[in-house]
Design a protein around this ligand. Structure first.
Ligand SMILES: [Ca+2]
Ligand SMILES: [Ca+2]
Ligand SMILES: [Ca+2]
Length: 241
């Protein structure tokens, strides 16, 4: 499954998911978005953690079981945090999974609490991409934007240094999906800087960037999958006798 071939049309996908077409993937990689959030302070937000990790050959994580080993919830900006299906209360009972996925899903629902500041991320385990080229990150999502002073955003970031610096790969500040579905299936191309690295972690961040409390509705995630191509060892190194 991990070697399933996708046609990752870089320009088309970037234009579709971010509205950006002129910027190269390297430019986007170099656009440092945020530095806060060392992964060591992540919790599990009340979701159980399993023993199997996620990565190039694990297939998708669809929130049906416990979190993959090493995943965490990082919520430095306030009381709202990603949780799983039933933890989202009325969003789950009234709306349900509107990501294009099925069954359980990840969700955060600021609209169901009093107005507060928030900043919550689902952070993946550290993936060792040695001997792999990363083809792309795929996930199902639904993001309901509130654009009062551009107060809320959904972003996907990556770190190669355990949260010391995060680099932005995608930002949404507009609706993606309908309140009652459908959702959106995202195929995010990944820059070559992520290939052949010892620790690659992604985060799915939902937050309100301006100072103070902002209004938010909800975000949902499901079926998060990394697509990789294994690089044959003979192309990486050879013995000299
Ligand atoms: Ca699911
Ligand atoms: Ca917004
Ligand atoms: Ca804020």
């Amino acid at each position: 499954m991990a070697r399933k071939v996708f046609v990752w049309s870089l320009v088309a996908v970037l234009a579709a998911v971010t509205g950006v077409s002129a910027q190269s993937d390297t430019d986007r990689y170099n656009e440092i978005r945020a530095t806060e959030g060392a992964v060591g302070s992540a919790t599990h937000g009340g979701i159980a953690e399993g023993s199997a990790s996620w990565g190039c050959e694990s297939g998708a994580y669809g929130f049906e079981g416990p979190l993959p080993a090493g995943w965490g919830i990082l919520s430095p900006g306030g009381p709202i945090q990603w949780s799983k299906s039933a933890g989202c209360g009325q969003l789950d009972t009234i709306v349900g999974n509107v990501t294009n996925g099925s069954g359980d899903y990840g969700c955060a629902v600021p609209i169901l609490t009093p107005l507060v500041a928030w900043d919550t991320s689902i952070v993946t385990n550290a993936v060792n991409t040695t001997l792999f080229e990363l083809d792309g990150l795929q996930f199902n999502a639904n993001y309901q934007n509130v654009d009062l002073e551009a107060g809320d955003e959904f972003a996907v970031d990556v770190t190669l240094n355990e949260g010391g610096t995060w680099t932005n790969l995608l930002t949404w500040n507009e609706d993606h999906g309908g309140v009652f579905g459908p959702g959106e299936t995202v195929q995010l191309p990944l820059p070559p800087q992520l290939d052949n690295q010892p620790t690659v972690r992604f985060r799915f961040r939902y937050y309100d960037p301006p100072a103070g409390p902002q209004l938010g509705l909800f975000a949902q995630l499901d079926d998060i999958e990394l697509f990789c191509t294994e690089v044959p060892v003979e192309l990486q190194s050879f013995d000299v006798e």
